[in-house]
Design a protein around this ligand. Structure first.
Ligand code: F6P
Length: 322
């Protein structure tokens, strides 16, 4: 392989830039040319790519977002389109691809390499941290800290006004952000898609809190879940139980901002490792980090295995709140 390409795909996450920088510099240092593909698979299928020099990735290690831009690409679900994409890469003399993204993007990576034989290595880039085969995905730590900073501020006003606030964090299919944020912000309760939520238990705990003279303020962290509007529905239900909850949807603020030190180090380690694996002849794998060690997991496992939520975190938040 004389040249490789790198792309970011799906929802952006803080740390994608240090990952691009690491891939680029690690490859250039081995004499391998690097192409950056713009807008993920959407850019790939129209040949929107350009060669990256070392200076192109200068001063990006601290920047949120992704200099390569990102997209969710419906057209890439078509095998004919994937075949055309591989042809485009071959025309540019590109012998391997590194895809930085979440589960949908890594599924595309798996299908691309399976169907066309093009070597592809994935990196876990999503704030959701729902990717099997790595302790943390790139961007999770930053999102966690962004949400915490916001919730600490919401708690100030919750305490001043003795109100309950429902704070919705991202995580369509998983409660990884919610469970960690919930413990770290001292939430009264955490609502995640993986665990049945009991409104009565929440009302009981709020009543107890008041009876014990611990005030009426509190934070309930809610993972957005698969159906939009969950947090407002919960607020309405609480109102019928006599509460007057405030609602705050943190939304895309969690996807932006300067990556934390943890995310920069993780992205830098994984980016360089992805190049090493690709050059060593590996394909159809995702490079992750488990117990501080670089690991390679088949992309098929990433598609088929769900990263389990640690239910103890949800219980812990409640325990620490009694
Ligand atoms: O996958 C990352 C994520 O931020 C999810 O937490 C969220 O459900 C989704 O992306 C939102 O995607 P979009 O910005 O495309 O609406």
């Amino acid at each position: 392989i004389n040249a490789i390409a790198v792309m970011t795909s799906g929802g952006d996450s803080p740390g994608m830039n240090p990952a691009i920088r690491s891939v680029t510099r690690a490859a250039l240092n081995q004499g391998i040319r690097v192409f950056g593909i713009n807008r993920g698979y959407s850019g790939l299928i129209i040949g929107d790519l350009s060669e990256l020099k070392s200076s192109d990735v200068t001063n990006i290690v601290q920047r949120g977002g992704t200099i390569l831009k990102s997209d969710r690409c419906e057209a890439f679900k078509d095998p004919v389109v994937r075949n055309q994409a591989a042809e485009i890469l071959k025309e540019h003399g590109i012998g391997g691809l590194i895809v930085i993204g979440g589960d949908g993007s890594l599924t595309g990576a798996h299908l691309l390499t399976q169907e066309t034989g093009l070597p592809v290595v994935g990196l876990p880039g999503t704030i959701d941290n729902d990717i099997y085969g790595t302790d943390d995905s790139i961007g999770f730590d930053t999102a966690l800290n962004t949400a915490l900073e916001a919730i600490d501020k919401i708690r100030d006003t919750a305490v001043s006004h003795e109100r309950i606030f429902l704070v919705e964090v991202m995580g369509r299919n998983s409660g990884h952000i919610a469970s960690q944020v919930g413990v770290a912000c001292g939430a009264e309760m955490i609502v995640v898609p993986e665990i049945d939520f009991k409104l009565d238990a929440l009302c009981f705990s709020l009543a107890n809190q008041r009876a014990e003279g611990r005030g009426s303020s509190g934070i309930i962290v809610v993972a957005e879940g698969p159906k939009p509007g969950l947090t407002y529905r919960l607020a309405n239900q609480l109102e019928t139980h006599g509460e007057k909850p405030g609602v705050c949807i943190l939304g895309h603020i969690q996807r932006g901002g300067r990556p934390t030190g943890h995310d920069r180090v993780l992205a830098s380690c994984l980016g360089a490792a992805a190049v090493t694996y690709l050059m060593a002849g590996f394909t159809d794998i995702m490079v992750g980090m488990i117990n501080s060690k670089i690991t390679a997991t088949p992309l098929l496992d990433i598609m088929e295995k769900k990263k389990p939520l640690n239910p103890q975190l949800v219980e812990l938040a409640q325990l620490l709140h009694k």
